[in-house]
Design a protein around this ligand. Sequence first.
Ligand SMILES: NC(=O)c1ccc[n+]([C@@H]2O[C@H](COP(=O)([O-])OP(=O)(O)OC[C@H]3O[C@@H](n4cnc5c(N)ncnc54)[C@H](O)[C@@H]3O)[C@@H](O)[C@H]2O)c1
Length: 401
Amino acid sequence: MKVAIIGQGYVGLTIAAFAAEFYHVIGFDTNPDVVENLNQGISHIEGVESSLLSKRISERRYVATTSASDISNSDIVVIAVPTPLTKDRKPDLSFIESACRTIGENIQSSTLVINESTSFPGTVRNYIKPMIEKYSNTQTQHLYAISPERVDPGRGDFNQRNTPRLYSGLTPEATARTREFYSKFCDHLVEVSSPEVAEAAKLFENTFRQVNIALVNEFAQISNALGVNVYETLNAANTKPYGFMKFTPSAGVGGHCIPVDPTYLAAIAEEHGAPSSFIRLANEVNLEMSEYIVRRVSEDNGGSLKGKSVLVVGVAYKPNVADVRETAAELVIQHLRNQGAVVSWHDDVVGNWKGESSAPLQGADVAVVVTKHDSVDEKRILASATYVFDTTGKVKGAKGL
Ligand SMILES: NC(=O)c1ccc[n+]([C@@H]2O[C@H](COP(=O)([O-])OP(=O)(O)OC[C@H]3O[C@@H](n4cnc5c(N)ncnc54)[C@H](O)[C@@H]3O)[C@@H](O)[C@H]2O)c1
């Protein structure tokens, strides 16, 4: 069985690594550097070991390619391309369209097409299927399904095998074949009655997190205004054995999913005349958190950061990964620079970012901890500046939310 996976990033490569134990996998990606490295057995994704990749390559069970024609004769095609927002924060399906074109132009015989990219309800039925048919030069009818990805890169306890996976096809045959495909490497498959339910569930999962993160971020501001310790209060609330789930405050939300996916839900809601006020407001509160933090830091430092050397500690969007997509550190740095601070950043997990390199963890007037990787020592953070503000709640002895 030949499986083509379109997009070899966090999602696509993770699926490829698991699927290659059971299928012949072709990883198609438009980025030649990614493909070249993968074919040398070098993984760029946390959770996919280079040694496993090399093993699959030597067993001839995995190959990466930039050549679209290599995906012809595939029995299954999985779409795992980005679904970002446009500059004016609208869903950007251009990568999906490009993947559909690759499939339409290169796959001649009937294939199962599964979408793993996150998008709004109706994407498989109303967008992917017609788009592939538009680009196809045959009358071939493919099977279509969705199985939204829930991978949490860098996480040890949940992976492809033990994370329950939702799925549904446009037809019973598509549903059955999708179940058969994933059942080899996923222990908990959850069938839902339509692709739209699976698509909506994925968006709601991330919206639930976005809204609760915004709520706790607002609560951190309320707690500070009242002189109440937010962490102690959250721990106290968390002793309730039911009806409460603890979220912790931060400099904002980052990553590909939480700041982006809820906007897909808001967009489709508004298109159908339904409200999306929570989603829009949560987005605002999370985006404003960086400004609030810089204001607090400035107030603690005599009301001005002009000319002060400020070190931002941790620029990845979450601990122990090198991913900087939509990181809250970007806005924190921007607000610090707007205040006239001389900003550098330290993050040896990220290394290089936006043409700058990780600075030494020492010698600053002010340090602002945005992300605390396990490998970064608390004492070294405290010693890195005269004043340290911690947005993570992990650096004891620092000022914080
Ligand atoms: N990263 C996560 O934690 C995560 C979790 C769940 C769902 N998702 C969703 O999965 C999808 C993919 O996200 P990701 O994090 O893997 O993205 P990514 O940026 O890590 O990888 C995407 C890859 O697709 C390639 N690509 C872009 N256009 C292409 C095309 N037309 N043909 C072939 N390759 C193409 C890029 O070069 C890149 O290597 C998104 O919809 C995202 O929302 C991501």
